[in-house]
Design a protein around this ligand. Structure first.
Ligand code: ZN
Length: 310
């Protein structure tokens, strides 16, 4: 059955300080062709160019918090969209301070955007609906960081029921939408064919959770239960657990403990401290606790799959 994409591209996987070959955090989630940009560190535009991602297809930008490595690329992107003639509105979801920062820069440069910039400030709570459309619902995750920091949970909407190929001839064209929506097929003479005879269950919806930046936060577990792909920051290894605590970051083992407790499908690590030339020690540490762990990398593409592999 045809099914739209639900695919994550990691554009930047570094932490606050620059490291050779790594960029600050930014990701693109392609939901049935609509692009959600998640955080926008410096260099995001160049990384998108490198990955062949069109700026104008971005409909929503989600900014987790006001540390520079998560948003300093945003102003450049907003300007480029303007210069490239964007007319379509852009939604930016982020801390309320972000609006002030963007407004002051637009004012200082005398820029009047050609497109509507719709700003929505995020409360620091779990489960606030950021956006919902026919394909996806985005809600907030209350992360635990030095300043208010919000994660995002993307849940695909349940699709329509599939029509059984061998039954198609029994379903008049004008009744197909109702049958896909779960209704029985009724005829004027009172005859009725139960929906189950005509349709297959819809495919299970896919889900993606983004948790960066955060200290170890077990309160997140109930909100992450059964998520298909969990991105969790892993700034340090356990040898640096003290530093992780001090800076409200997680170790790779912390990330794996959250993944294991929530029973997620796959764990994706990122936000690596520049002290690790290679993120392999972080992977090794997490694998010891949660075997379905992978590393993110610049330009990495991760199609989100449900547990049954769909
Ligand atoms: Zn931070």
């Amino acid at each position: 059955m045809d099914r739209g994409p639900f695919t994550l591209t990691t554009l930047g996987t570094g932490a606050a300080l620059p490291a050779r070959g790594r960029y600050p955090t930014s990701q693109i989630l392609d939901v049935h062709g609509m692009l959600h940009l998640i955080d926008c560190g410096e260099g995001t535009q160049e990384r998108m160019r490198g990955a062949g991602i069109s700026f104008q297809r971005i409909a929503h930008v989600h900014i987790s918090h006001m540390h520079g490595d998560h948003y300093l690329g945003l102003m450049g992107l907003i300007s480029s969209m303007h210069l490239m003639g964007r007319r379509k509105e852009l939604f930016v979801h982020g801390p309320k301070e972000l609006k002030e920062v963007v407004d002051i820069q637009l004012r200082a440069s005398g820029t009047y955007l050609r497109y509507p910039l719709r700003f929505r400030s995020l409360p620091h709570v779990n489960g606030h609906v950021v956006h919902a459309d026919e394909h996806v619902t985005v809600t907030t995750l209350a992360l635990k960081h030095r300043i208010p920091c919000t994660g995002f949970l993307f849940k695909e909407s349940v699709g329509l029921r599939g029509l059984r190929r061998e039954q198609l001839h029994r379903i008049p064209q004008f009744k197909r939408a109702a049958v896909k929506a779960g209704h029985d097929l009724e005829f004027p003479d009172g005859a009725r064919i139960p929906n189950a005879e005509l349709t297959l269950d819809p495919e299970s919806p896919r889900s993606y959770a983004y948790c960066s930046d955060t200290a170890y936060e077990p309160d997140l577990v109930p909100h992450l239960e059964g998520v298909d792909l969990l991105y969790h920051e892993a700034t340090f290894t356990e040898a640096m657990a003290g530093r992780a605590k001090e800076t409200y970051h997680s170790t790779a083992a912390d990330a794996a403990r959250i993944a294991a407790a929530a029973g997620v499908g796959r764990l994706l690590l990122g936000h690596f401290s520049s002290r690790y030339k290679s993120p392999d020690p972080l992977l090794t540490e997490a694998l010891g606790i949660f075997p379905r762990t992978v590393l993110s990398h610049e330009g990495g593409v991760f199609p989100v799959r449900t547990r049954d592999g769909a």
